[in-house]
Ligand binder design. Sequence first.
Ligand SMILES: Cc1cc2nc3c(=O)[nH]c(=O)nc-3n(C[C@H](O)[C@H](O)[C@H](O)COP(=O)(O)OP(=O)(O)OC[C@H]3O[C@@H](n4cnc5c(N)ncnc54)[C@H](O)[C@@H]3O)c2cc1C
Length: 516
Amino acid sequence: MDFDYDAVIIGGAFSGAATALVLKRKRPETRILIIEKNAEFDRKVGESTTEVSSCYMMRILGLTHYLGHHQLAKQGLRMWFSNRPDQAFDDCVEVGARYQSRVAGFQVDRAKLDSHLLEQAVHAGCDLWRPAKVTKCELNGANGQTINAIVDLSEYSAKARWVIDATGRATMLARKLGHFRQNTEHPINAVWARFTGVKAWDSCELRRRFPAYGNSARTSREWATNHLCGRGWWVWVIPLQGGDVSAGIVYDTRIFKLPEGPSLAERLHAHLLANPVGREIFGEARAIEGDVHALSMLPYHSEKVCDDGWAAVGDAAGFIDPLYSPGLDFCSYTSYYVADLLAKSLAGEDVTERLRYYNEQYPVTYRRWFESLYKDKYYYMGDAELMSAALLLDVSSYYLGLVEAVYRDPDCEFLNLPFGGVGGRLAAKTMRFYSRRLVALANRRWATGQYGRHNAGWRELYDGFVPDWRLWKQISRGLRRWLKCELVNFRLMLTSPTNVPASRPSATTSTEACEV
Ligand SMILES: Cc1cc2nc3c(=O)[nH]c(=O)nc-3n(C[C@H](O)[C@H](O)[C@H](O)COP(=O)(O)OP(=O)(O)OC[C@H]3O[C@@H](n4cnc5c(N)ncnc54)[C@H](O)[C@@H]3O)c2cc1C
């Protein structure tokens, strides 16, 4: 059977359904077919949203009502540091907000969110083939594209003016066209599972046993994305509606190896139990059977993301690192940009310039985002002083550069890929500079046995971030912390030999770190 469409979208999860929905809203008469491989979505990663992706879901996709009723409101991010496996829970360093978040964020069960979004797209008038796997895609530019899919054991074919690749990490078109590039400068892996029986961060028991912990934060720690941090790795802890908790480790294979064990679930659980905060929270927890996953070599991107007749969105265009949850931010910018481009093209506008911008800016955005925020970050991630300086400066930059803009004018600002123009170049250079300095400071601390030495006995609970001039408070706090670390570094340069003493504090608690 043959079908004719204006656009065929391959992949019906967040990016595919969002592209379809935005396109339908911008140009209701568009004939759209979504082809989704899975009969049902499973609980994937991508559960913690940021201020930018939340703005997209609320202001552009119109999901505020749905999110409030069916998902959890997120209370920012918190980081936990320790330097001994036997450290007391309330002696570990905590960095995070003292109060409720000022800008919305959500903890989402992706199976539910993606299903809802896809339903919305179908409700708006899109056709859906599901379960249906695209097996062939012939691209012929302005002459139209042909897509073949297996539906119910039969082969179907559709013709379309545009094909959108929203296949996630399958990166169908990037691989087919030879544009796929692995990011070998950032060799990170991840292992994750959903757990039951996880202790509530705000339980009466913890408050009773650790009154200073219980009384210090005025917000709930439970609804935050809690991060346990060590040298070369971090663990996310994300609550899901209904009570299950998602937890996963991401680690840089140059620095850290997940200890061996009988199964992935046990290895992950053992790592959590070897950490003083993890032990308290996950002591009675169990990984849910059949819901344990692993991925290696996470980051990659597509060197070319569109041409006349096709475009890639979301993870099909690239992925960097889940720290700070930028995955759905990329999905938001790319799905909005591509939907807008298609609406204009189908209305008869010449989109050559828009295609050029997307192809040129996407790799620049990818590269600058990577170098400013992630390159070699895992070297200083386990030192509370260095990482808290980074957190304050990174999140402030994010608010200054992106959050303020998308809230001011979402319809326009989601069309500007981040780190563009002179402002973007300057921001990237500044962020790269302080990040490189923090890597250098971390390496000296490691070489002199001082790494993670102060991962004990303090909390840094700041006011929430806001996208206006009041950010100055967090920026100056971050700068002061960085300056202090530079002064310590200067003293170390003068006084400490750069060999590692046997008694060095271990910021990785469950394993020995590999060589730097
Ligand atoms: C360890 C880890 C943790 C993460 N944590 C976060 C986080 O906390 N917050 C965040 O924002 N992001 C996070 N991310 C990133 C986030 O998961 C992704 O950015 C997001 O899920 C991408 O959505 P997508 O719709 O582009 O792709 P996907 O969600 O992967 O969807 C692709 C869809 O395409 C379909 N498909 C594939 N091939 C075919 C085919 N041939 N035919 C038909 N259909 C097909 C699939 O079935 C699937 O439904 C994380 C990523 C990782 C690896």
